[in-house]
Write a new protein. Structure first.
Length: 299
């Protein structure tokens, strides 16, 4: 067969997400695969709503979504995931006409290079003279004491306690920044994609644990400063897990302080008194996607 002018699987590594385009005629046999038989990552993320008339199926996912893994090398950040093809069983259980397939996908990002953030633009000097300053963003996530005055000395908790988290970013030479927490995931092992897995902050800043019954989980208002964000989470453990250790991984991000909060830059808690999602800043409309479970990606 003549080679197709376009690859069967194409990947675009963008600033905060990857776009995977899969040719329906995945194997070049003239027999198109079904979109429902394709998924991305270990969490089986589905493709965008497919158009049967199109010859391609498209996936769009944030770099940390769909069970992707991150490797940090001296020179690069490498995000890895896998495209899975899992064919449906044929009508005859004695035969198979297709076999499953896995396509490894990687996105490489240089750690030390002239990489524009796309969101933070220094206003007082040319880009090249501020690269060194842009690389000095330092993020931290700490457990705080009951008064929020210092870091908690112990990481041991009893059920019924509240965990007090404070996220911070420090920088040199940047325009003012506002910090957000896109996602926080608790796991029983250091692998954030392992199971059991509980995302208590998700959907780009929705503190979903605040909607659970009998919890006081919430973002704390007001912020101590724009570069800091505090939130409370009631202590929990995994049902049926005999272990007493939880690993918590969070994805922190900044936007220019002058940029108003929006559906992809937000901190939303659920108010049981009003029965509505409430933003730490901005209008209630930016939290509406927390209810439908699908918040937009920037772009």
């Amino acid at each position: 067969r003549a080679l197709s002018p376009r690859p069967a699987v194409a990947v675009r590594c963008q600033e905060g997400q990857l776009v995977v385009t899969v040719r329906r005629d995945l194997f070049g046999t003239g027999r198109p695969v079904r979109a429902a038989e394709l998924s991305l990552g270990t969490t089986s993320c589905p493709p965008l709503s497919p158009n049967p008339a199109q010859a391609f199926v498209t996936f769009v996912a944030a770099l940390h979504e769909c069970g992707s893994t991150l490797q940090v090398t001296p020179d690069s950040l490498i995000y890895r995931t896998t495209l899975f093809y899992k064919p449906s069983p044929s009508g005859n259980p004695l035969i198979v006409r297709t076999t499953p397939a896995e396509v490894p996908i990687e996105c490489h990002y240089p750690r030390c290079s002239n990489v524009s953030s796309g969101a933070v633009h220094p206003t007082w000097a040319p880009f090249r003279s501020t690269v060194a300053a842009q690389e000095r963003l330092q993020f931290s996530l700490r457990l705080m004491d009951d008064e929020w005055s210092r870091e908690r000395l112990s990481n041991g908790f009893q059920l019924g306690d509240s965990l007090r988290f404070q996220a911070d970013v420090t920088s040199e030479g940047h325009v003012p920044l506002r910090l957000f927490v896109d996602q926080c995931v608790a796991t029983a092992t250091p692998d954030r994609s392992s199971s059991p897995r509980y995302a208590f902050i998700d959907l780009r800043g929705c503190l979903v644990d605040s909607r659970a019954e009998d919890t006081g989980s919430a973002f704390v208002s007001p912020r101590p400063r724009l570069e800091s964000l505090r939130f409370l989470v009631d202590a929990f453990k995994f049902a049926g897990d005999a272990g007493n250790l939880l690993y918590i991984s969070c994805h922190l991000r900044v936007s220019p302080a002058a940029q108003a909060p929006n559906p992809w830059n937000k901190a939303c808690s659920f108010s049981k008194a009003s029965g509505l999602w409430a933003p730490l800043e901005g209008t209630a409309a930016i939290c509406s996607c927390c209810d439908i479970g699908s918040c937009p990606s920037p772009g």
